[in-house]
Design a binder for this molecule. Sequence first.
Ligand SMILES: Cc1ncc(COP(=O)(O)O)c(C=O)c1O
Length: 392
Amino acid sequence: MNIPIAKPYFDNNEKEAVADSLDKGWVVQGPKVRAFEEAVRSFTGAKYAKAVTSCTTALHASLLACGIKKGDEVIVPSFTFIATANAVEYTGAKPVFADINLDTYSIDPGSLEKAVTPRTKALMPVHLFGLCADMDPILKTARSKGLKIVEDAACGMGGFYKGKHAGVIGDAGCLSFHPRKSITTGEGGMVITDSEDIDRKVSLLRDHGASVSDLQRHLKKGYLLPDYNIVGYNYRMTDIQGGIGCEQMKKLDKIIERKKFLVSRYEKKLASAEWLKRPVVPEGCAHGYQSYVCLFAPEKPRTLRNVQAMNEKRNRVMDILESRGVATRQGTHAVHLLGYYAKKYGLKPGDFFNSFAADRLTLALPLYFQMTEEEQDFVIEQLGEAYKECAE
Ligand SMILES: Cc1ncc(COP(=O)(O)O)c(C=O)c1O
C-alpha cells in the first residue's frame, strides 16, 4: 500500500471550471474569485472576505490593515508553521513567542498574557490542525489592553469555537487553501473579517494599492487607470484558482463529514494505545480535522532529555511506517528552534518547553476524503506493529 498523509479531492467539476476560465480568457482576479469569496463568506458567517495568494500573504495584509508596523510587538505561539511569525517580520514588528497547551497545541492564554508588554499591538492565536484556540481568555486580554487579534486560521476550515467559525472571532482571520488543507486551490488564502475598514484595506493592499479593481473597471469605465494612494502588493488570486475554489466549497461539508467519520474510527481503534495521546476537543469546540495529530508519549514529557529520548523512538516508528508505505509527519514545528528565530532572538529549546515537546513528539496520521477503511486499518495495524518493534 502507499498511503499519503493527505490528498486533495478533485473531480471533473474542477477540471471544467479550469477549462471554462481558459476558454473565456479571464484568468486573473475576477468574477470567479468574487464568487469563491462569497461562498467562503457565507460558510464562515463573516461579513467580508477577500481572496489572496496564500494564508501567508493573508496574514501579512491583515497585520498591515490592523496598523502593525516597525517597533510594535505581536504575540504568536511558538508551536506553529513558520509563516505565522514570518508575517510579523515582514511588517518590521517583532514576533514575541508564547508557549502552547500540550493537550490542544494552541497558545496558552496564561503564557500569552505574560508576554504582553507596552509595545504589544496584536495577538495571533493559531487554530492549529483545525481546532480553535481558547479564544475567550485571549479576547479578554485583547479587550483589556486594547490589542488587535489576527487569527491564523490556515487550518481552520470547518472549525468552530462556541458556534463561531475559526477566523471570525477576532478582528481578522486568515485561511489557507494549500493542498494539505481540507479544500485547496493549489496555493491560495483568504482574509475574513467583520470589519469594513480591514476589508477595504486588504482589498487595496492585495492589488498594489489600486483604488479601483480590474473587475470594477471591467464593469465601468475600463479605460481609466486607478489612483494609488498606498504602497500595496500583488497578492491577487487568479480566477483559475477562484473557479477551483468554488467547486471545492461545494464539497466542503462532504469532505469534513468523511474526515470526522475516519477520525471516529481512529479514536475507537487507537483507544487502547496508551503511548499515543489522541487529539483533545475541549467543550464548545467543533474540530475541523485539517489533520489528525497525536502525541507520541510513552511517558509524560517532563524534561528536555526525556523528550529527546522519546523523539528518537518516534522517529524510528515513522521510519518503519514509511518503509511500509504509510506517510506520517510531525504536526508542525516549534518556531523558536528554527535557525533564523533562534539566532535573531537568542532562543533556547527549553524557553518554550511544551512547544519543544510538541515539535519532537507530535505524530500526524494520514487523513483525507478518499481514504478507505481498509487503508485506515492498514495504518492502524502498521502503527501498532512499528511501536512494538521499537519498544522491544
Ligand atoms: C498555521 C499555519 N499558518 C500559516 C500557514 C501558511 O499557509 P500558506 O501555505 O497558505 O501560505 C500554514 C500552512 O501550512 C499553517 O499551517
